[in-house]
Design a binder for this molecule. Structure first.
Ligand code: PLP
Length: 419
């Protein structure tokens, strides 16, 4: 085992100020879901992202859930049942993403329709979205994520949504601090969210934030997230409520992290550039971005192996098999080689249309075909873009505390897989 200390994919990086604000909460006894830390992180998030209102919540997932509820009620009126804001409605969603992006559609009894991925930024393909509107012109909601901290094709997607009078939920959970045409991600949706989960670019150990310019929406989320109390001295309830508010202790951690966002981004960018340089000459590319339009936060560095350099690889529901060939490799082989030396990589997010839980949901590709023909990487096999990137891609150790010499050894392990 090469590394005595595990090399993480992305672990929390603390600076000391977190403890100061957590201790302050403790000493002043604001050990609840009210307090100065919460007010401050909401103010700081608005300031950074350039939106008018922010509501601090227990998780990014909670923010996505309340966003889908807000969108559902704005589009289709007050829901008659507790979780029916999107009852029977189709919603277009990013396909290659974490399932937390799309599950909230199911929480409100909506039906996610998955939109294939493009190769330029690994995000929702505007051409596939356009196709989806041709097939389902009645759809009015689109949930779009910025994968691994790289902004998607925002202008194209916004234009298409505008044309079809559709609202956007923007999942910027992974991309806090990334910009598109000079504007922060988290400012492009009708409803936007970020996450402070433990492995994100900055963290509260957990936590999330809803972002908006609408005072009314912010007030609704605040109310729903604190059990939907009415303005009475007793507990009066006209609407279903949730216990989704951020704790003032967690907010202390986030508050201490906020000043370090740009520093973390610079470290992550250096890691990305070091990989790019170190892997030169191999038949691979890094997760791409459009440098003309966007500046990612470089949360995770990823690899895509050229088709011509892929050995045979087959994945079942829980296991993978591959056959090593000289000069070729596959994500499974590289991940095994890294794990053997105590370094943590990860497969690309498995696309939602390949997930057993969503097997009955529609999936739309740019050519309108949908559905992968196969989940195995065998030369000449036909795949949609998402299944292809999943088959050939992987996330590399991207921890901002990884020393340059450790990263160089990681690069050597990867090179070894191509021998
Ligand atoms: C982490 C993540 C979420 C969920 O955020 P939590 O704070 O963990 O609930 C949602 N979407 C994406 C793309 C994520 O990476």
């Amino acid at each position: 085992m090469l590394f005595k200390d595990k090399v993480w994919l992305s672990s929390p990086t603390m600076h000391g100020e977190e403890l100061k604000y957590v201790t302050e909460a403790y000493k002043t006894n604001w050990m609840s879901t009210v307090g100065k830390n919460i007010n401050e992180v909401e103010r700081l998030a608005c300031e950074k992202i350039g939106c008018k209102y922010a509501v601090a919540l227990s998780a990014g997932t909670a923010a996505l859930h309340l966003s889908s509820k807000l969108a559902g009620e704005a589009l289709y009126g007050m829901s008659k049942t507790a979780h029916g804001a999107l009852e029977g409605r189709k919603v277009f969603c990013s396909d290659m993403t974490f399932d937390a992006t799309v599950n909230p559609i199911a929480y409100e009894n909506g039906e996610a329709v998955f939109i294939d991925t493009e190769y330029d930024t690994w995000n929702m393909d505007p051409a596939a979205l356009e196709k989806a509107f041709e097939i389902y012109p009645e759809v009015r909601l689109v949930v779009v994520a910025h994968l691994y901290g790289t902004p998607g094709k925002i202008d194209e997607i916004r234009d298409i949504c505008k044309k079809h009078s559709a609202l956007i939920v923007e999942d910027a959970a992974e991309s806090f601090g990334a910009t598109y045409k000079g504007k922060q991600t988290g400012s492009f949706g009708d409803y936007s969210i970020i996450s402070f989960n433990g492995n994100k670019i900055i963290t509260g150990s957990s936590g999330g934030m809803f972002l908006t310019d609408s005072k009314e929406d912010a007030e609704k989320e605040r109310k729903w997230s604190t059990q939907s109390r009415e303005a009475a001295s007793w507990y009066e309830h006209e609407e279903i409520g949730y216990n989704y508010r951020m704790s003032n202790v967690i907010a202390g951690v986030v508050r201490g992290q906020m000043p370090y966002l740009e520093e973390h981004i610079a470290q992550k960018k250096a890691i990305y550039m070091r990989y790019k340089e170190g892997l030169k000459g191999l038949p691979v590319q890094m997760n791409p971005y459009n440098a003309k339009d966007s500046e990612p936060n470089f949360w995770l560095s990823c690899l895509l192996i050229d088709k011509s350099a892929m050995c045979k690889q087959v994945r079942g529901e829980t296991e993978a098999l591959y056959v090593h060939e000289s000069g070729k490799t596959c994500p499974t082989e590289i991940l095994e080689a890294l794990a053997k030396e105590n370094a943590e990589g990860r497969p690309i997010w498995k696309p939602m249309h390949l997930q057993p839980i969503y097997r009955m949901n529609a999936f739309i590709t740019a050519d309108g075909n949908g559905r992968a023909k196969t989940n195995a990487y065998i030369e000449g096999s036909s795949m949609d873009n998402g299944a292809d990137i999943f088959a050939r891609g992987l996330c590399l150790p991207s921890d901002n505390k990884m020393a340059p010499d450790v990263q160089d050894q990681i690069i050597e392990i990867i090179r070894g897989c191509f021998k």
